[in-house]
Design a protein around this ligand. Structure first.
Ligand code: CP
Length: 298
């Protein structure tokens, strides 16, 4: 595989193979020198903690090195350098590039100018394929990825993690449930494409009923940075909150996931409940990204 741009490129057998590989890595089955002569170019045009640091940790665990552009402010992007030129240049320094960018389609564009593999670490409201593999891996640690009800809660309009995960779930025997604040529902074209792929989507408007229907609750943040102004953000901010009282109604095996960071959509008291798997999910970023780096550079 050359580039990793969208989860839509992956067939079920590809996803399962990557999850199996990550599981083996998690159990210590990997060569710590597998990428010892390789360099990863880290180009993040938006802030990140988990994706950037777990890609760098994954590279280090495999014996490789990372070179970080240092964000927009520290780079020649502030002088007006284009994404295409930046990618062309970094292709000469690195063996693969991991890119986060606020513009949907940026990773695809970058892949057209790169002479090394490009891994999409999130492109605007588009896709976040490595996060999706982490999400699937974390679900699979708790229950089989078949015959389950997965609920997507929150910003389903701009939330790239929710879009990516929903596309991946169409490969499995899963019912998708959605609950979003008004105006942040999943875009109609996304819903249509998901349904064309054969998945059942149940749209909810009440959080108790939504919670009771689920094996997996995937909570997302309302992303202030995607709103045109603060008034439209505050109109929907804090419109839902997952609490221990709400989860008292949930199925015993139900797990709560969140790509993080959270703001106030999950009460910190939930962290101590057996349902809470979001910190384990963040930790799973390293074995999944090790599997992906081996896929493109190993
Ligand atoms: N889940 C995720 O993408 O987190 P970061 O924005 O911190 O990378």
């Amino acid at each position: 595989r050359q580039h990793i741009i969208s989860i839509k490129e992956f067939e079920k057998k590809d996803i399962d193979a990557l999850l199996d590989r990550a599981e083996a890595i998690d159990q210590g089955d990997y060569d710590p020198k597998a990428l010892e002569d390789k360099i990863l170019g880290v180009l993040f045009f938006e802030p990140s903690t988990r994706t950037r640091m777990s890609f760098e940790a994954a590279m280090a665990r495999l014996g490789g090195a990372s070179i970080d552009m240092g964000g927009v402010e520290a780079s020649s992007v502030v002088k007006g350098e284009t994404l295409a030129d930046t990618i062309r240049v970094v292709s000469g320094y690195a063996d693969a590039i991991v890119l986060r960018h606020p513009r949907e389609g940026a990773a695809q564009l970058a892949s057209e100018f790169a002479s090394v593999p490009v891994l999409n670490a999130g492109d605007g409201a588009g896709q976040h394929p490595s996060q999706t593999l982490i999400d699937l891996y974390t679900i699979r640690q708790a229950m089989p990825l078949e015959g389950i009800d997965v609920g997507l809660l929150g910003d389903l309009r701009y939330g790239r993690t929710a879009h990516s995960l929903a596309y991946a779930l169409t490969q499995y025997d899963v019912t998708i449930h959605t609950l979003a604040p008004e105006g942040l529902e999943m875009p109609p074209n996304v819903v249509e494409e998901l349904r064309e792929r054969g998945v059942e989507i149940v749209v909810h408007d009440e959080i108790g009923e939504f919670t009771r229907a689920l094996d997996v609750m995937y909570v997302t943040r309302i992303q202030r940075e995607r709103f045109p102004d603060s008034a439209s953000y505050y109109a929907v901010a804090s419109s839902y909150r997952v609490t221990p009282e709400l989860l008292a109604e949930a199925r015993e095996r139900m797990i709560v996931l969140h790509p993080l960071p959270r703001v106030d959509e999950i009460d910190p008291r939930v962290d101590a409940l057996p349902h809470a798997k979001y910190f384990q999910q963040a930790r799973n970023g390293v074995p999944i990204r090790m599997a992906l780096l081996l896929e493109v550079m190993g």
